[in-house]
Design a protein around this ligand. Structure first.
Ligand code: PMP
Length: 357
């Protein structure tokens, strides 16, 4: 090792899902929305005045903050924005988890949480989900430096009721509890009604999934005014201009088109419920996902092998070679046609597997 290498902040990075670029692929591996963003976003993109790019964007992202505050009926001072919810979550870890006590999150959850904890040197403990991948709220009744709950959870898709979220908040009022609601619009119950009651609650959401804007990178958080001020202090100590001019313009357009948002989310939920039934009919075991993906296992199929065979057929899904979930696949909900192609492939695959037995 060269001398300068002994002073490196060494980390094992988060591994994002593949972004392949095949002409006829069916891409169900990174929970993207299969429908385009709102036509208002397209309009805003085409009419964007490139001359604006000469100037720095508004560091306070006021237009987007105001649009979010209006849509979600909170005060603008309760809104923080960032470059995707990954950026918002990273800032929140840095801002709030400094007690030296371990931060708690589930053993099976978004695999970025432990990476941020490691990179920021935040101690953490993982809390096992039960055998049905559900939270045991009593496990969070202990001393800790903060809590992170993904609700609905990823990669399981399971949503906990607001009673569970509130119970955990009530037992942990001395630390910040982050509720990561990246997938909330697909069926879960948002913790927003609890904001007035718990100033230690931080709700993180994103335009990446339910508003088809993953490529634009816009995430946001709702919290008490004090918590949001602390978050902004850290953001301004890092990078003042996180939201680009196009992100602000297109983000506002996306947030304001409520009708299109409802229509596309509704379509995805309908497809999800149909595909759930069809997969179960094929022998897959599949929980009650409330998100835009399904987490499935099949008692007679090897998940990793199926993942590779799907890939050969240009169908991309997500596989995690990790304890407890290495026999599962996470399948994003695509269009009805895409899901039909997936189901056709699986029907053929299972009948061949049966013939070879
Ligand atoms: N939270 C969860 C639970 C996620 O699955 C994701 C998507 N990878 C994110 C946050 C981050 O999404 P984005 O940065 O696109 O908002």
């Amino acid at each position: 090792m060269r001398p300068w290498e002994s002073n490196i902040r060494k980390v094992v990075p988060y591994v994002p899902g593949e972004q392949p670029n095949q002409p006829h692929m069916i891409k169900l591996n990174t929970n993207e929305n299969p429908y385009p963003p709102s036509p208002a976003v397209t309009e805003s993109l085409y009419t964007f005045d490139a001359d604006k790019l000469r100037m720095y964007p508004d560091p306070a992202a006021k237009s987007l903050v105001d649009a979010l505050a209006k849509r979600y009926k909170v005060e603008p001072e309760q809104v923080f924005t960032g470059v995707g919810s990954d950026d918002v979550l990273a800032m929140a870890f840095l801002t709030f988890f400094n007690s030296g006590k371990p931060v708690l999150f589930a053993d099976i959850t978004y695999s970025f949480y432990d990476v941020w904890a490691e990179v920021f040197r935040i101690p953490y403990q993982t809390v096992p989900l039960d055998e049905r991948f559900r939270i045991c709220k009593e496990d969070y009744y202990r001393e800790n430096g903060g809590i992170v709950l993904a609700n609905p959870n990823a990669p399981t898709g399971e949503a906990e009721g607001l009673d569970v979220v509130e119970d955990i908040l009530r037992h942990n009022q001395d630390v910040i509890v982050i509720v990561d609601e990246a997938y909330i619009d697909f069926g879960g119950e948002s913790a927003l009604p609890l904001l007035d009651k718990y100033e230690n609650l931080l709700i993180v959401q994103t335009l990446s999934k339910s508003r088809s804007m993953a490529g634009m990178r816009i995430g946001y958080a709702f919290g008490g005014k004090d918590a949001i001020r602390y978050l902004n202090d850290v953001k301004y100590s890092f990078n003042s201009y996180t939201m680009s001019q196009p992100a602000l313009a297109l983000g506002v357009a996306a947030v304001e088109d409520e009708a299109y948002f409802r229509e596309t989310v509704h379509k995805i939920i309908q497809t999800r419920e149909r595909v759930k039934q069809e997969l179960r009919a094929l022998g897959f075991v599949c929980g009650d996902s409330q998100s835009n993906f399904l987490f499935v296992t099949h008692p007679k199929l090897q998940a990793e092998r199926l993942f590779e065979d799907l890939k050969k057929a240009n169908i991309y899904v997500r596989y995690f070679k990790k304890p407890r979930i290495d026999q599962f696949l996470r399948i994003t909900i695509g269009t009805d046609d895409e899901m039909d192609e997936l189901l056709d492939f699986l029907r053929g695959y299972i009948s061949i597997a049966n013939d070879n037995r």
